[in-house]
Design a protein around this ligand. Structure first.
Ligand SMILES: NC(=O)c1ccc[n+]([C@@H]2O[C@H](COP(=O)([O-])OP(=O)(O)OC[C@H]3O[C@@H](n4cnc5c(N)ncnc54)[C@H](O)[C@@H]3O)[C@@H](O)[C@H]2O)c1
Length: 360
């Protein structure tokens, strides 16, 4: 039986990852390098310091394009020069809070950035498959709707500019698929919706695990906002395995174009309070958390994804559950604290994940 992420498929294949300097992009780029793909990356810089990108020397073996996705000429040149067969588009302004401060920049980056990438793909015949990464927040999370997990056909929406921009990016991908990529020999366009991914190497602002780990490394108590909010937590490698599996499948089956949910098992949707308690327990050293009274911007309260489509049609499932995710994260930051080679640590976690285990 072929593995979910098939090394035979990826070996030697040209892949462009936008946002390769970011948290998810750095993990994906390392994984693709481990699979033997020829990876190119496009990003406007490195979003955090420190970063997984720098700690794991992700840039050393990538053809890099320093470009802004809002610059259509630069995006076109990067796609034309790298001539990829697969594009995974992840470059985005990914923060809800920042989207309130800069709605214009958020829409430009997340919506027109997606238009620019798809325009560049139209002009580049080598491209066979595109995965546009959006978010679970792309759905219309109307508080009056019954609290059931979202399925792919649910309406797009989004209360805040970030979520809404991801709903818009979904609509853009859909319009391009219908208008410009309908031919059998054209590129195949899919979008991927996942949310709240966690893993080693994240220093993003206003995110639970980075906030915890900053506190843990500094030996300070962690400030927690919205402790009762339930979120569908999962390790970053779970949706990344879905993106890779989806790109593989698009090559063979054009009818798989469209939107895909990649969410965790439903019982891995836990309140923030539970995560805080478990991370404190795993880290030890009397790591404590306390309530951050706010103010906090609006965040939708219940968000869960129904991933039956990916399970049934792609054979995808989250390989690591929540406890494996939290254990691997605590190990990752402890290794960092202890001065380990973080490229090796990260590649080791990818190997474990691909083998469906977590080394003792
Ligand atoms: N991390 C999560 O929990 C999460 C959840 C749902 C969806 N997503 C989506 O996954 C993708 C990656 O998120 P992440 O957590 O890795 O974010 P990140 O901030 O760590 O990385 C963002 C990447 O995009 C690049 N980028 C940002 N603006 C750009 C611009 N104008 N031009 C070119 N590059 C630009 C950054 O340089 C970086 O490489 C995003 O599309 C995000 O919306 C993330």
């Amino acid at each position: 039986m072929r593995p979910l992420v098939d090394p035979e498929f990826w070996r030697g294949r040209a892949v462009l990852v936008t946002g390769h300097t970011g948290f998810k992009g750095a993990w994906l780029t390392l994984w693709l390098q481990q699979l033997g793909a020829q990876v190119a990356g496009l990003a406007d810089g490195v979003p955090t310091a420190p970063s997984l990108y720098e700690l794991a020397q992700v840039g050393d073996t990538v053809q890099e394009f320093r470009a802004d996705v809002r610059d259509r000429v630069a995006v076109h040149d990067a796609v034309a020069t790298s001539a990829p067969e697969v594009v995974v588009h992840m470059a985005a302004q990914p923060f809800v809070r920042r989207s309130f401060a800069d709605p214009h920049g958020t829409y430009e980056t997340n919506v027109m950035g997606t238009v620019n990438v798809l325009e560049a793909v139209r002009a580049t015949p080598s491209v066979r498959a595109v995965v546009v990464v959006t978010s679970d927040k792309c759905y219309d999370n109307d508080p009056s709707r019954p609290p059931r997990p979202f399925v792919e056909g649910d309406p797009m929406g989004g209360h805040d500019p970030y979520s809404n921009s991801k709903g818009c990016a979904e609509l853009v991908a859909d319009a391009y698929r219908r208008s410009f990529f309908a031919a059998d020999d054209g590129a195949r366009i899919a979008s991927a919706r996942a949310g709240n991914v966690i893993g080693g190497g994240d220093w993003g602002e206003d995110r639970l695990i980075p906030d915890f780990m900053r506190g843990a490394l500094a030996g300070e108590p962690i400030a927690v906002r919205n402790p009762e909010a339930v979120r569908p937590w999962q390790h970053v490698l779970n949706p990344l395995s879905g993106y890779l599996r989806l790109a593989q499948a698009l090559h063979e089956e054009p009818e798989l174009q469209g939107g895909w949910n990649f969410g965790p098992a439903l019982d891995d949707a836990r309140p923030v309070r539970w995560i805080a308690d478990r991370v404190s327990e795993l880290w030890g050293d009397e790591l404590r958390w306390e309530l951050d009274p706010g103010p906090h911007p609006h965040e939708a309260h219940y968000l869960a994804l129904d991933s039956s489509k990916a399970r049934e049609q792609l054979g995808w499932q989250p390989s690591w559950g929540l406890d494996e995710a939290l254990t691997s994260i605590v190990r990752w930051y402890r290794a960092l604290r202890d001065g380990a080679d973080m490229r090796e640590v990260t590649l080791g976690q990818i190997r474990d994940f691909a083998a469906g285990r977590l080394a003792a």
